[in-house]
Design a protein around this ligand. Structure first.
Ligand code: BGC
Ligand code: BGC
Length: 864
């Protein structure tokens, strides 16, 4: 294989075969089966028969790398024999620290707690290591409290340390996995995992929900960056070192020692294959593809001794993973010999047919051992207890689940470890963001950068010259770190949230200054003295699950601000280096054409200096570090080229998987096509009403108190009952509608979609219903926003007082969590009205935009 592939060059299709086969052969003590790769199908091939029941015989036969320890098994049995049914059920239930107290742990004997992406001690994301340790102590003490005749069983405390210990202010933030995938450096994964485990232990935590072994196939998925690569070989090659780095080596003295933590291989299985890249969606592939593409990381992870596996939110051929007995029990536990425990994902049990978040025996019966019931743990505990007593969950299944959890706790030495604060690394705050860890992270940044274009070998730059640094990503550590950073979505952060970290700008400035050159920062690209060259840092704003799902792979289809900046600088005769921050490859041909050099920098994290290390020449005039990164995902040639994966038929990307220039390469690129393949402006259907128009096929319905209705698609005042509608101006002529409730009494206006609309996924993802409105009258307290979902189905939220509190005659974008409507009994999967407004005669509102999204000027509460 040549060092890199030129733009657009196709390469020999890679068979998604794999290390899985190799690992299987190793386990079996044989050699890789010849012809195995031929049997593997391309991941895009249609399904012959879409069954959701796996045949375990098709999967690798494996044994746990940890030999059965008879003494430990006896100890588990003895403890189990002393446990009450209540205690056993408690072990299966995991609550979130935002919704549970140490007293709850004491009373319900819960086996585990987690800290979700937005959960911190005292609800403060600035909580210190000492505060985390103190909370860990309290939870532990509660779990060990034997008053009332209880058994002392230490609680497991888990968190998403997915790019370093990312919930902690001051921790080292490693590049997100997509960037690590570009390094092709499995041993670096080990070092990162070792450092992450140490930082976790400083804060009293024993368990991380990582690594993600997803093999993302459709880059519209908002979790693409959590996967190392679209190529299962990369994921498989990383899985072992990651698990060993986190947990220590099986058989070695450091295995699950106090410097290590329990790891979680997630999300089992097929998370990266979800259809159209929809979060928590359906993976429609054959069993072969499920095994060889999506399952590739699991054999090596299990072989390295992974003690926990997290089940996926998603489905395989229509059946939710949390209920898939053939995969959870038949394949994972029986065939592949997994003897640790399977934990659920965030309230995912509620998505099984016939289940709710607080009641789901089927998940346990399918083979789930621990249920992540963040805010629903109490209800889940109670229903599970009832089901066990009624025999709906067999005692043997309960005992098996508890046995698995106790086995992991004992292997991790938790019964002997004592108070979290007394453990080896606890409270050593200096290890959080330890310079040694930061050095590993900085190296990872250097290795992750992928050079796509270097016209006239513009790079590396001379630090003795004048360099302008521009773009909204230049000096924004939150933006360069992406989602799962201090908060779940990584949004709303400021520079002071990142002590010890370095922005990309700061890294450049440091080295240019030291070399005696001149540099200037201007987000808008203004300068006091004409620079020799500009480095423009721009890209995606932070996002995580669901909220990051997009409809095409176009970069910011609605905004050309960055492009305009690149073009202006060039037109002023300045050479431009683009540094692109993103959680996935995106169609940026226009931006590439407008730049002399283009670097895919992914989401580098806290060590922005790693960028300057590669972009600038060192003291001897040569680049101190060359580019080494190779594309871990294929780069699209237009905005609709997805799914796009190496090995698929008619593979024709803009930049092939594995592409990446070095300084030895010429780096010139002919002008790329600027044809997006889709109307970029037309793809914003998260708006139901904007620019004075409804979505095609949608109608507006008004309903008077006497139930008379009228419908319209344009604002024609005279035609309606109950509410009159006319056109007004917000930002442009007649881009908004004015609603005047004419009465008598309460009447309604409602947006009616052409087809029932499914906002289930958006609701699950904490999206908001958004209305940009202007209050033009008083609003009585009984005004309500509502949705309808078919005959007899609706949900409404009281908003009168909240609207009345808005400034008069001022445009405000208000947001109401979609979850409010769900809590008010609406079925968010089939909305027939979204939204409606009910108000008293005399109310007057103008509205310029209705839709859903994540940011509002004014967040409304669910209300009574
Ligand atoms: C995510 C998991 C994560 C869990 C706990 C879920 O929504 O899918 O990856 O581990 O939340 O935060
Ligand atoms: C939590 C995340 C979780 C998500 C799932 C958030 O509130 O902080 O950890 O993954 O909800 O919906």
């Amino acid at each position: 294989m040549s060092k890199h592939h030129h733009a657009g060059a196709s390469r020999a299709p890679l068979r998604p075969l794999s290390l899985l086969v190799v690992a299987l052969a190793m386990v079996a003590g044989g050699s890789a089966m010849p012809g195995a790769s031929e049997a593997a199908e391309a991941s895009s091939s249609p399904d012959a028969k879409a069954s959701a029941v796996a045949d375990p015989g098709q999967w690798p036969a494996m044994k746990s790398p940890l030999a059965v320890d008879p003494a430990l098994e006896r100890r588990i049995k003895a403890l189990l024999a002393k446990m009450s049914v209540e205690e056993k059920v408690g072990q299966l239930v995991q609550g979130d620290i935002a919704s549970l107290t140490p007293d709850d742990v004491r009373k319900y004997r819960l086996g585990s707690a987690l800290a979700g992406g937005n959960s911190d001690p005292g609800n403060d994301y600035h909580a210190t290591a000492a505060q985390w340790v103190a909370l860990a102590d309290e939870l532990y003490r509660a779990s060990m409290d034997t008053r009332g005749g209880h058994n002392a069983i230490p609680l497991l405390f888990g968190i998403d340390a997915v790019h370093g210990h990312n919930n902690l202010v001051g921790a080292t933030l490693f590049p997100h996995n997509i960037g690590l995938g570009a390094t092709r450096d499995p041993e670096l994964m080990r070092e990162i995992a070792v450092a992450t485990a140490v930082e976790l232990r400083v804060t009293g935590l024993d368990w991380t929900f990582a690594p993600t072994l997803a093999v993302p196939q459709d880059d519209r998925w908002g979790r693409t960056y959590e996967g190392y690569s679209e190529n299962p070989e990369v994921v498989a090659s990383y899985a072992g070192p990651l698990i060993e780095g986190l947990q220590g080596k099986v058989g070695g003295k450091d295995f699950l020692s106090p410097r290590h933590v329990i790891a979680t291989a997630k999300h089992f299985l097929g998370d990266g294959g979800t259809h159209d890249g929809r979060d928590t969606g359906d993976t429609q592939v054959s069993e072969t593809v499920l095994r060889d593409t999506h399952g590739a990381g699991y054999a090596p992870a299990l072989q390295a001794g992974a003690q926990a596996v997290m089940a996926s939110f998603s489905s395989w051929n229509g059946a939710k993973m949390h209920g898939n007995q053939s995969l959870l029990t038949g394949v994972l536990k029986q065939r592949m010999g997994f003897d640790g425990f399977v934990v659920g994902d965030w309230n995912a049990q509620g998505q099984l047919p016939g289940c709710t978040t607080t009641d789901c025996p089927d998940a346990i019966n399918a083979g789930m051992d621990m249920i992540m019931a963040p805010d629903t743990w109490r209800g889940y505990y109670e229903s599970t207890l009832k089901h066990v007593k009624a025999g709906r969950i067999p005692m043997a299944r309960l005992d098996d689940a508890v046995t698995r959890i106790l086995r992991v706790k004992m292997r991790a030495g938790l019964f002997e470890a004592g108070l979290p604060s007394k453990r080896a690394l606890s409270g050593q705050a200096a290890l959080l963001g330890d310079p040694k860890h930061r050095a590993v992270a900085r190296r990872a940044v250097r290795e992750s950068l992928v050079l796509l274009k270097n016209q006239g070998q513009l790079l590396p730059l001379d630090p003795k010259g004048r360099i302008l640094v521009a773009g909204d990503g230049a000096d924004d550590i939150g933006k360069q770190s992406g989602g799962w950073t201090l908060t779940w979505q990584g949004t709303g952060l400021k520079a002071s949230d990142f002590p010890g970290a370095q922005s990309i700008w700061a890294g450049i400035q440091e080295q240019v200054k030291a070399a005696g050159g001149g540099t200037e920062l201007s987000v808008e690209g203004r300068y006091s003295q004409k620079p020799d060259v500009a480095i423009v840092v721009f890209g995606e704003d932070p996002y995580a699950e669901f909220q990051g799902d997009i409809k095409t792979v176009a970069y910011k289809p609605a905004s050309t601000q960055d492009l305009a900046l690149l073009k202006r600088l060039k037109s002023e005769g300045i050479k431009v280096v683009a540094v692109f921050l993103s959680g996935r490859p995106l169609w940026v041909n226009r931006e590439i054409n407008a730049s002399d050099a283009f670097v895919a920098a992914w989401l580098p994290g806290s060590e922005g200096g790693g960028i300057a290390d590669v972009l600038l020449r060192g003291a001897n005039g040569k680049a101190a570090h060359d580019f080494r990164g190779k594309l871990p995902y294929s780069w699209p040639r237009d905005a609709v080229q997805t799914p796009l994966n190496v090995g698929q038929a008619n593979y024709s990307p803009q930049f092939a998987y594995g592409y990446g220039l070095t300084y030895a390469d010429k780096g010139d690129l002919a002008s790329l096509s600027e044809e997006p393949g889709v109307d970029l402006g037309a793809n914003q259907s998260d708006r139901f009403f904007e620019r004075g128009a409804l979505i095609k096929g949608w109608r507006l319905r008004t309903t008077a108190q006497d139930a008379a209705t009228s419908e319209l698609t344009r604002p024609i005042e005279s035609r309606n009952v109950g509410v009159s509608v006319s056109a007004v101006d917000h930002k442009a002529q007649e881009d908004a509608w004015r609603f005047k409730w004419t009465g008598p009494g309460l009447s309604k206006v409602a947006l009616v979609p052409a087809q029932p609309l499914d906002l289930g996924r958006e609701t699950n993802g904490d999206a908001l219903l958004l209305l940009t409105l202007r209050r033009e009258s008083d609003v009585a307290p009984d005004a309500r926003f509502f949705v309808e979902c078919g005959e007899g189905c609706s949900g409404s939220v009281a908003v009168g007082a909240q609207l009345a509190a808005l400034p008069l005659d001022t445009w405000t974008r208000v947001g109401v969590p979609l979850k409010c409507f769900q809590a008010a009994n609406a079925s968010m999967g089939r909305l027939t009205v979204v939204p409606g407004i009910e108000a008293q005669a005399g109310t007057q509102l103008s509205i310029s935009e209705v839709g859903y999204g994540t940011t509002a000027d004014r967040l409304l509460e669910c209300g009574p």
